[in-house]
Design a protein around this ligand. Structure first.
Ligand SMILES: Nc1nc2c(c(=O)[nH]1)N[C@H]1C(S)=C(S)[C@@H](COP(=O)(O)O)O[C@H]1N2
Ligand SMILES: [Mo]
Length: 524
């Protein structure tokens, strides 16, 4: 009865004998891994550079001589960082094994080594250029967990050793093994969790680090008469969170400014590669542009307007020297999505195609293509709006087929002259004096006239909002006194070439919907 041990660890009667090298090494390795994983997780919550693992890696990069960096980039290409981090993991793992091996009799030497490493990691974290004082909690957590796990596993390992004297074992080997597996699993979960958080916040940090986008040539202020939002039209500028979003992505590409490059190659006289700092050192033009998706149904929501800031693409293409017969600019985003744009459109100075870095004064939101996207006024997004753009090949339409062309959509897709009623909404009950408002668009041509008719009667010219430029939408408003009862309102726009939008209904596929938008409503 009295020999029953409820807590074998606390009741160990003798100091443990020497640990086997294998067990000691494993104890050291696991405590190191547990500490680093914890530090990575805590760092994920604070800031990516607080992760002791990443901070040590970043310091290693800073301390690497240029020739070695060049060698790494040449040898490993874009995997250079993966190679660095894997190498570091191996070295740190080996140091952990050493911590175990020097502690086969007593825990003290291993604990001293762990504390020294904790101090080194803290120094690395705090010496990062963007370090905040909270960052030190990550290496501190790493140190505490590492020392704790080391103490715990070392004690358990000691108790599981056969006694020199009697060969009696305090803790079954199974228990030690289970403890080790639990530590390894916990470390794996913590590291993965940290990686998730770091991935996200690292990107946000890269975006935040840009600050406000200051254009060299700011857009003129938007005139107060540019919308009839008070009467139910959209606001002239769409707020970034409200801007429509269309892409094929389940998860968003994680591309930092420091890692961004655009390679312009193919049928060019000189291949050009632009990186982030080169791009933003060029003149930055700000312009409001209305983007539209080809999949927008008549009356649909897939169009929005923002003040975009970017670099004029025609200038960069001139530097590259595009071959005369290269009729297609075939662009690819970092995740492999492709897009074909007529080269002539990109080279047309009047078109002002841009490599966009800013949207409404902010760095491009991640879901809209951070850090850089293509924007070509007047073309539907699927043939012009490459987000997360990293590659542009000058080629021909015969030679290469882009993502949506392969799936049945058109090859050339200029935005069609269209209009939409926003207020009254479908089947809304309104007062007799509620104005009929909405939006019309014919990017590059501009809107000349919008007409509304009620119950298939006379077309009535609507009032137009102040024009901002021909690449943006224009709001309309028709005031009147409507009879009580049910009505149907229809709208049609005429652009500045004199073309009036057709009543013929066409589906969005292959190159954009046509037809008049109509709304039924009731006057009370
Ligand atoms: N990389 C990438 N870029 C893309 C797409 C995409 O799926 N992937 N979709 C395109 C389409 S169809 C449109 S309409 C616009 C939409 O841009 P937005 O989401 O910023 O409004 O992006 C274009 N650029
Ligand atoms: Mo689109």
């Amino acid at each position: 009865m009295t020999t029953t041990q409820s807590s074998p660890i606390a009741a160990a009667p003798h100091p443990p004998s020497r640990l086997s090298a294998l067990v000691a090494g494993l104890v050291g390795l696991l405590s190191m891994v547990a500490g680093l994983a914890t530090g990575h997780l805590v760092g994920g919550f604070i800031s990516p550079t607080a992760s002791p693992f990443l901070a040590v890696g970043a310091s290693a990069i800073d301390l690497t001589p240029l020739w070695l960096k060049d060698f790494a980039v040449r040898t490993f290409g874009s995997y250079d960082k993966v190679v660095l981090l894997s190498g570091m993991a191996v070295v740190i793992g080996l140091v952990g094994v050493v911590a175990g091996l020097i502690s086969r009799r007593s825990r003290t030497p291993g604990l001293v080594l762990i504390v020294v490493l904790g101090v080194v990691a803290s120094v690395a974290v705090l010496s990062r250029p963007t370090a905040g004082s909270f960052d030190v909690f990550a290496p501190l957590a790493a140190l505490i967990v590492s020392a704790g796990v080391f103490t715990f596993l070392h004690r358990m390992a000691g108790l599981s050793q056969p006694r020199a004297a009697g060969g009696e074992v305090g803790v079954p080997r199974r228990t030690l093994l289970a403890g080790s597996v639990a530590v390894a699993a916990g470390a794996g979960i913590a590291a993965a969790g940290g990686q998730l958080l770091v991935g996200r916040s690292g990107l946000e940090a890269s975006r935040k680090a840009i600050g406000r986008i200051v254009p060299t040539v700011p857009a003129p202020p938007i005139p107060p008469g540019a919308d009839f939002a008070a009467d139910g039209s959209p606001t002239f500028i769409t707020r970034n969170p409200d801007f429509y979003r269309v892409d094929v992505n389940l998860t968003l590409p994680q591309l930092r400014t420091a890692d961004w490059r655009l390679r312009i190659h193919g049928m060019v006289a000189r291949e050009v590669t632009v990186n982030w700092s080169e791009l933003i050192s060029r003149p930055l033009i700000e312009r409001p542009v209305t983007m539209t998706c080809v999949s927008n149904e008549v009356g649909g929501p897939y169009l929005s307007t923002a003040n975009f800031t970017g670099v004029l693409l025609a200038d960069i293409l001139k530097e590259a020297g595009v071959a005369r017969d290269a009729d297609q600019a075939y662009t690819t985003s970092v995740d492999g999505w492709t897009c074909g744009t007529p080269t002539a459109t990109l080279l047309d100075p009047a078109r002002q195609a841009m490599l966009v870095i800013g949207m409404n004064g902010e760095p491009l939101p991640i879901e809209h293509g951070f850090p850089v996207r293509l924007l070509v006024p007047g073309l539907y997004g699927f043939v012009s709006g490459t987000k997360w753009i990293t590659d542009m090949e000058l080629t021909t339409f015969d030679a290469k087929r882009a993502y949506w062309l392969e799936r049945g959509w058109g090859q050339r897709a200029p935005i069609k002259t269209m209009s939409r009623i926003d207020s009254p909404g479908p089947f809304e009950r309104v007062s007799p004096t509620t104005p009929i408002t909405g939006v019309a668009w014919a990017q590059t041509r501009g809107i000349e006239k919008v007409e509304v008719r009620l119950d298939h009667g006379q077309w009535l010219p609507a009032e137009l909002s102040t024009e901002v430029n021909s690449d943006t939408w224009r709001m309309f408003r028709l005031r009147g006194r409507w009879q009580p009862g049910a009505h149907v309102a229809e709208v049609r726009a005429t652009d500045k070439t004199g073309y009036t939008q057709t009543a013929d209904r066409a589906a969005p596929i292959p190159d954009g919907a046509t037809g008049w938008h109509s709304v039924q409503f009731t006057v009370q």
